[in-house]
Design a binder for this molecule. Structure first.
Ligand code: ADP
Length: 251
């Protein structure tokens, strides 16, 4: 069971404290949503967890072990990022088959597993021959998710995974992440500025404001009965957050 714990994490850029004493735990089969406006520090947290940015202070542990003591490759196999723009993590010259076979082969597995990997993200096997520009935005993000799963990831950091997709296909990708988290026992950090999807697709919501977590708890508590003045403001400004789900949503 892989658990990722973030303890008192702080990041200062040129005397500006972008992340200030943030703590939370990601456990298998649970989604934690990190919500907040642009500039509140969400991506900096994701980048520190992905080891793309070094924390100024604080700790990140993977199943009790200091993240810095875990070999870079083993850490990356366990902890994978899904980015806002799936093109960012896919090579335009490589086929889907190549993108997925590479991590499988690196882990001593067979390229014959590619169709199964596609099936796990609800894509048909014939897409394996295509290149990223021959896929829809939603299909591209599903391939990026399959590629994150290929090395056996247990923790997924999804940084605004649907905000660049057409509204009509966003829910499908969020439902996929939700299904994987439940059926495959993944620990998911879902980063978003969308309060409605944060509430709907998470077990715990963390509200970020100016680098700090100002409120945390189950989505219904945080967003329907906010205690912190900033959360109240954020919830009040959200455009009828429940409407999409009351209508059954689109997938
Ligand atoms: P969010 O993801 O919530 O939009 P970010 O984590 O991207 O927020 O940014 C938080 C703050 O840190 C912002 O004020 C941003 O300008 C600053 N910041 C982020 N990355 C850097 C960097 N590499 N250098 C300087 N400041 C940065």
């Amino acid at each position: 069971m892989t658990t990722l714990e973030v303890r008192d994490l702080t990041k200062t850029f040129h005397r500006h404290r972008a992340v200030d004493g943030v703590s939370f735990t990601l456990t298998p089969g649970r989604t934690v949503a990190l919500v907040g406006e642009s500039g509140s520090g969400k991506s900096t947290i994701a980048r520190m967890i992905a080891r793309l940015v070094r924390p100024t202070s604080g700790e990140i542990t993977l199943t009790g072990q200091d993240g810095n003591q875990v070999a870079r490759r083993a850490y990356r196999d366990h902890v994978q990022m899904i980015f806002q723009d799936p093109f960012a993590s896919l090579n335009p010259f490589h086929t889907v088959e190549h993108h997925l076979a590479r991590p499988l082969l690196l882990h001593g597995r067979s390229r014959a597993e590619v169709p199964h990997l596609l099936e796990r993200v609800s894509l048909t096997p014939d897409l394996a021959r295509r290149r990223p520009h021959e896929l829809s935005g939603g299909q591209r993000q599903r391939v990026a998710i399959a590629r994150a799963l290929a090395p056996g990831a247990k923790v997924i950091i999804a940084d605004e995974p649907v905000s660049m997709l057409d509204v009509s296909i966003r829910l499908g990708v969020l439902k996929l992440l939700d299904r994987l988290q439940r059926e495959e026992d993944l620990a998911v950090l879902y980063i978003t500025h969308d309060l409605a999807t944060a509430r709907h697709f998470s077990d715990e919501v963390l509200v970020m404001h100016r680098g700090r977590i100002v409120e945390r708890g189950p989505g219904d508590d945080v967003l329907l009965r906010p205690q912190d003045p900033y959360t109240r403001q954020l919830a009040a400004a959200a455009p009828d957050p429940e409407a999409r789900f009351r209508q059954g949503g689109q997938s």
